[in-house]
Design a protein around this ligand. Structure first.
Ligand code: ACO
Length: 271
């Protein structure tokens, strides 16, 4: 109860130091939750604490929430992983890549799985996630935007999958949605050159649903959220489930799935 009240009022996802350290703010207003990366002075660079905070939010998301907005404070959505991870000292309390390299491979893979949990829940059928992206969305920042169902971007947006330039692969769940959105050839082009994708191209290749002037971003997101909330909740959940399964099913299988979902809807509405 106290936790629910705290969430209604807004504030950090919980009072634990790790969440505050992760620089993530979490607010709930009725059916809308807003996650804000709130370390603008460091361009919302992300650490393991950020990803733990995101995972905790996913685990304790109030049931009434239908739409989750993910945004960044300040001029950049997120400049990606905190570059201190590349130094021998690392991020205080969270280690560094050099300490990880000395540990067992399986341990590090487990840490990556934990980090990915902060991104994966944003695709749940029960919610629609909307990234509001302005300025830089680099590496982990680009992948956080890709983890969301929809991306509404400001005209100064700069997407960049920088990992391969740093000797790494994108590992925060971003490769699949990127390929699904833009196709394999364009995904190879974007990732293996680590080039910047600006607003006009993002719109053209399907990375963004809409591009608006920076000053209009919040209004554009509010409008989209209102549209998303205007449909029947249970029908929206079932329809998202259908759409998510469409690519992996044959037309025949998808038609069967549509029938199953519709029969459940008709029963719920008229039974
Ligand atoms: N990690 C840690 N600190 C960062 C990061 C980061 N990823 N990005 C920016 N900062 C810090 C800067 O060090 C600076 O701190 P300071 O004021 O204490 O010196 C502050 O944020 C502002 O950064 P500027 O570079 O001054 O801001 P500017 O707007 O000119 O540039 C930009 C923004 C382009 C994002 C630049 O900061 C940058 O290139 N950052 C690094 C991007 C990067 O390589 N990320 C890793 C991607 S790979 C991955 O995510 C797995």
């Amino acid at each position: 109860m106290a936790e629910a009240q705290a969430q209604q009022r807004g504030g950090y996802a919980d009072d634990g130091p790790a969440t505050a350290e992760g620089g993530v703010r979490f607010e709930v207003d009725g059916e809308i939750a807003t996650i804000t990366l709130a370390r603008p002075e460091k361009r919302n660079a992300q650490t393991f604490a950020t990803w733990s905070a995101l995972a905790r939010i996913g685990n304790s998301l109030p049931e009434q929430v239908r739409v989750v907005v993910v945004k960044g404070e300040g001029p950049s959505f997120s400049a990606g992983i905190d570059l201190r991870m590349f130094t021998p000292e690392g991020v205080p309390g969270q280690g560094s890549f050099s300490s990880a390299a000395r540990s067992e491979g399986a341990d590090f893979e487990q840490r990556i799985r934990q980090a990915q949990a902060g991104f994966l829940w944003l695709r749940r059928p029960e919610i629609v996630s909307v990234a509001a992206v302005r300025g830089h969305a680099i590496g982990a920042g680009f992948q956080l935007a890709l983890a969301c169902d929809l991306r509404i971007v400001a005209d100064d947006v700069k997407f960049c999958m920088k990992e391969p330039a740093l000797g790494l692969v994108p590992d925060l769940t971003g490769t699949k949605p990127l390929v699904e959105l833009v196709g394999l050839a364009k995904a190879i082009d974007i990732c293996l050159t680590a080039r910047t994708v600006h607003a006009d191209e993002a719109m053209r290749i399907g990375l963004a649903e809409s591009v608006v002037a920076g000053g209009d971003l919040d209004d554009a997101v509010r409008e989209k959220v209102a549209q998303l909330l205007s449909t029947n909740r249970d029908a929206a959940v079932a329809t998202k489930r259908l759409l998510q399964g469409a690519q992996s099913r044959t037309l025949e299988e998808q038609s069967v799935a549509e029938g199953v979902e519709q029969a459940a809807r008709i029963k719920a509405l008229f039974g």
